[in-house]
Structures are given as C-alpha cells and as structure tokens.
Design a protein. Structure first.
Length: 345
C-alpha cells in the first residue's frame, strides 16, 4: 500500500483513534463513496447513490471524485459533501483524501476505483472494486453486483433548478432568434480519449444531410461540450447556420445535462455526455470505434449504438464509421422514438 499511498503508513496509527472519537459524535450513518475522475464512469455508477439510501437508511454521503464530474452530486439525495480529487504527482491526491477522511469512523466505504485508501480509513464495512469484477458484464451491471443489488442500478442525473436556469439562459435566447423554436437534436462531437472521436468534418456533413431530410424540418442542432471542445464542434455549428444552438463551453457538466434534457434526440461519441443523455431518458445514439460498445454503450431503453465494426469482439478505427452509416442510424432512432417517416405523396 505504501507504493500507492506514499507517506501514509506512519501516520495511520497516529490518526486512527481520532477517527473513532469523531464517529461517536455523529448521529447519522456516514458513508464515503469514492468514484471516478471521469464523467462517464460517474454517471454509470450514479445508481449507487440510491442504493446507499436503501442499504444505510438516513446515511450522510460524502462523495470523492474528479473535478469535472463534481457538480453532478450537488443535488444528489443524501450527499452532504463532495471532495474534489485533483490528480497530483506521487499519488498526492490520495494523501489529500486520506487526510480529509481519516477523522471519520465510516459506517460504509464504497470505492469503485479500488484504491488502497479504502483500507486506511476506519470503517465498519467496505465495498472495494478489484479486477476480479471484470467478467464481461455491462459496467452498470458490474457496479450493481458489486453493491449486492439483485437488479441493475440504473444511472440517474440529479438535475437542480440552478442547472436548468443556466441552460435556459443560453438556449432560450437562441431559440427566440435564428429560425425560431423547434425540436432539438443534441450533438456531442468530442471524446477525450484517443481514437474515440468521430472526425469533426463528418459532424458537419451529418448536419447537412439531416437539414435536407424531411424528418428534421424545423429542427435545431445543438452541439454540447466543454470549453476545450470548440474546434471539433465548429463544423457542426457552421453547417447548422441559423438553425444552430451553441452550448459548447457554456456551463458546467450539470448545466450541460440540463441542456441535453431539453433535446428530443442525442447523437454523440463514446463519452460522458452520451451516458448523461441515456441516463436522462433521451433517445441516444452512441458512436463507437475501437472500444467495446457491448460493454460501454449507453444504458437505457431508448439507446442505440453505431460502430465502425458491428461484430462483437472485433474493432475498427472510428474513421471507418461513415456519414451514411450514422445518418441511417439517426433516422432509425428518430422513427423509433419520435415518429415514423412522413409518407411521400
């Protein structure tokens, strides 16, 4: 453990008694949930929040996660604190978390990152991920089994009024201008891992084809992303012209989720925003290249994937995914969840 959490071993004994004393002063059960620094993984495991309430009624939950997904938890039921883990050299972020967690006697520690930290804080019970849980199950199912749930713990987005207001402040003025109100298709043209981003110019070509498709008459096209996503989103916005809604770099991840909640359809790379859309119940199409779409695809009843290789267990570069393939998948998504194609005269 010392190699993972340098500098902790000597300090654990000194501070453990303080943790036990602190516990006696707390009336509500205390739960520490250590989750990911990635948005997508935090969404996939978000059903754990409700399961904590079932297993530990009245629990006060402290969430430890990366900075990008941290806003997700500000309105989550039972969450009283969010600890942001900014990655540091020599695993210094784990030392920071240990310093903040060791003074509490936890009723339950849940760690889906499988860190040594979970064994170095006082706890009645621990649920800690390790590689043995990688058994070919969908990630939602794996987390559910880890928690001992007999049924899948469906992901959930805990929207609040602040996020909805921030989204409305960006979207409503753009709906009032341009071509006026209309149905919205949200687009997420980026993914932060190499090989997972469909080329930016193809997003522009896709928007051009959708603009010419009768099913999408009057629709608005809304790219969504963070501040650094402007370059890959630009071709789609330029193709959309007056029918575009720009929600790139316009708010934190919960505001982006509120924007996606305003959409009727969603198309995006294998990314956190794809999982957000699926958890919100939006009809969602995820685009996949050399990653396991059968494991990491969007979870929910209104979800589909389009992959550069549709054969399970085989892969191809995402550049092999053609505009026509994605266009046909978008039409199928539309017909399944919005309505059938208009009858030609």
């Amino acid at each position: 453990m010392a190699s993972v959490l340098p500098g902790l071993s000597a300090a654990v004994t000194l501070d453990r008694d303080a943790g036990w004393r602190n516990y006696s002063r707390m009336s509500a059960p205390q739960v520490l949930f250590v989750t990911s620094n990635r948005i997508g993984d935090c969404v996939i495991s978000s059903g754990v929040i409700r399961e904590i309430a079932r297993q530990v009624p009245g629990a006060q939950i402290t969430v430890a996660c990366g900075r990008p997904p941290a806003p997700f938890f500000r309105n989550a039921p039972g969450v009283v604190r969010t600890i942001v883990l900014d990655k540091k050299k020599m695993s210094g972020h784990w030392l920071d978390l240990w310093k903040q967690a060791v003074g509490t006697r936890w009723d339950l520690v849940i760690d889906i990152r499988g860190s040594a930290l979970s064994y170095l804080v006082p706890a009645k019970r621990r649920i800690v991920y390790n590689r043995s849980w990688e058994t070919g199950l969908r990630k939602v199912e794996m987390v559910s089994r880890l928690m001992g749930s007999p049924t899948p713990l469906d992901p959930e987005i805990f929207l609040d009024d602040q996020a909805r207001a921030e989204a409305a402040a960006v979207i409503d003025p753009q709906l009032a201008g341009g071509t006026g109100p209309g149905r919205i298709i949200a687009l997420a043209p980026i993914a932060h891992q190499p090989g997972k981003s469909w080329p930016a110019d193809r997003w522009g070509a896709l928007v051009e084809k959708l603009k010419a498709e009768p099913r999408f008459d009057g629709w608005r096209f809304m790219p969504v992303g963070g501040p650094g996503d402007r370059p890959p989103a630009t071709p789609a916005l330029e193709a959309a012209g007056p029918r575009g809604i720009d929600f790139v770099g316009k708010g934190d991840i919960l505001a982006s989720a509120a924007a996606i909640a305003r959409a009727d359809l969603f198309v995006g790379n294998d990314s956190g925003l794809m999982h957000v859309s699926a958890a919100l119940g939006r009809p969602t199409l995820g685009l996949f290249g050399p990653t396991e779409w059968w494991l990491y695809g969007p979870w929910g009843p209104k979800t589909r994937t389009a992959a550069s290789n549709e054969t399970r267990g085989q892969f191809a570069p995402i550049e092999d995914l053609s505009v026509d393939h994605v266009f046909e998948a978008v039409l199928a998504l539309h017909d399944a969840y919005i309505g059938a194609a208009p009858v030609k005269p």
